[in-house]
Ligand binder design. Sequence first.
Ligand code: ADP
Ligand code: MG
Length: 557
Amino acid sequence: MIKRLPDDVVKKISAGEVIENPASCVRELVENSLDAGSTNIKVKLQGGGIDLIEVSDNGCGIPKDEIKLAVERFTTSKISNFDDLKNLKTLGFRGEALYAISQVSLLTIRSNVTDNFEDGWECSFEGGKLNFEGPYSHPRGTTVIVKDLFYNIPVRRKFLMSKREESKRVLNELIMYALWHYNVAFTFQDEEELILELNPGDFGSRVVELLGQDFVEKSLFLSYEDKYMKISGFVSKPETLSITRYLKQIVLLNGRGIKSDQVKKAVFRAYDNPTGNPSFVFRIEISPEFVDFNIHPQKKEVKISTYLRFTEKLTKIITERITNYQSELGASIHVSSLNLVSTPHNQRIHKDAQQLELGEMFPQSQDILPKVEEKGPGANLWQAHNSFIFAQTSSGIMIVDQHAAHERIIYDKLKKRNFSIQSLLFPILVPLTSKEKLMIESYSEILSSFGFEFRYLDENSLVIDKVPSIFKNISREEIKELLDSLDETPELPARLDLFLKTVACKAAVKFGDALSKEEMSTLIDELFTTENPFNCPHGRPTIYFISLEELKSRFER
Ligand code: ADP
Ligand code: MG
């Protein structure tokens, strides 16, 4: 049988949609304080906000005869008609929050619109009904006190987490507002403990205060502005992805923190093949007519008009910032390896000999080497365990995985067809299985386009005469493995890519190969001319960076 629900049940249900827990209550109250133009907001909790939430501000205040009105449903001072919605400048507008809170708690509001303390007024409500009002001394501004949240909805109480967890949620909410409204002072007191005490500052200093110096050091700052939007924020430096332990992924849009898979995807796309998860904090301002907060009861999700092509733009902005950083970093390493005592003449001769030995290993290096030559190439470089290169940069130390880095260099050269072809002094004879014969037939064009020249000796064996010059030497087994890689993935683009990765892997210097200073220097220079110096083609990191700051803190300096 269908029955109409009693009025008070309906009220509680709809109040529960807006107020879910102490954090959502704090969110509404802080938004009201911000809308009232406050420059100082104080939040206090007892019992995780279940026993008591108190938010006081120094905003415009509520006239004493309007306090009761403010608590009624759909009463707001912020919009008066439907058109106002399109150009909303305030966080609230539905006139629901105070009403909803009053339905599920014991609510007291004290407020004053003048500078005379004695003009203050207090109203208290139980389950939405006014049960007391009278004068109450209060400075200009408003204090809202919420006691015994969900006292009349025991089921809701059961869904709350421990007091500690609820306080943590409140703190996380406050961090969002504080990050956006950096010119507002915030304090947060949980029981007797003062957790936040933030003075007005700028965005950067708030980020340092709330997310830590370490976060900022591992991040790149970016900012962007056009006719419709303004973005500023911090994103992880690409080389820190796999080492950052605590992820911070914060999106602030038009005044509040939001959840946004859209933004997450846009960030992810900007890192080519990331090995970890990037951290970020974005402060995004978009003209209100392009943003719809009204799709979620707690305004945690938003719809951004597709007209703005927002995600594409965001990806582009981040990509550009990363690229820019890579060339800066490349330059800083180059500079520091040049900043050295000049080398005696005999080292130059030695270098030329090395160059000959190296043969075509680094065919591109000629245009870089002469510059390095004058000051002594790679004197700031050091190889450990014949596997890792240590380099001093202008702001710390960089450790390079020599194999992964060389793979990246070769892979990029292959893709850009930036290599020459060398004749093998001793052509390699490769016996073929019948499957391999078939493969050679279908891929002969690809193979020859990458510099492999071969002929059939007889029906079952192939002679390789020429290979791309990226190989220092190549064995029969390696040729076999290259052929096999062509067989592994079905679709052509992926197959070709795997083939190039395999070639890069086979041709790259190995772990255990001793490198001269010149070879190391060339390797690093070349690495920073590639498209993505931070990852090898398989996606593994090539570089691990330790900042001077981090080193100092390790030694407690
Ligand atoms: P909304 O914020 O959507 O307008 P609320 O129920 O949150 O609705 O608040 C109702 C009204 O009460 C607001 O429009 C505002 O006029 C007034 N108000 C609430 N909190 C404050 C405050 N801290 N300072 C000044 N005015 C307030
Ligand atoms: Mg409000």
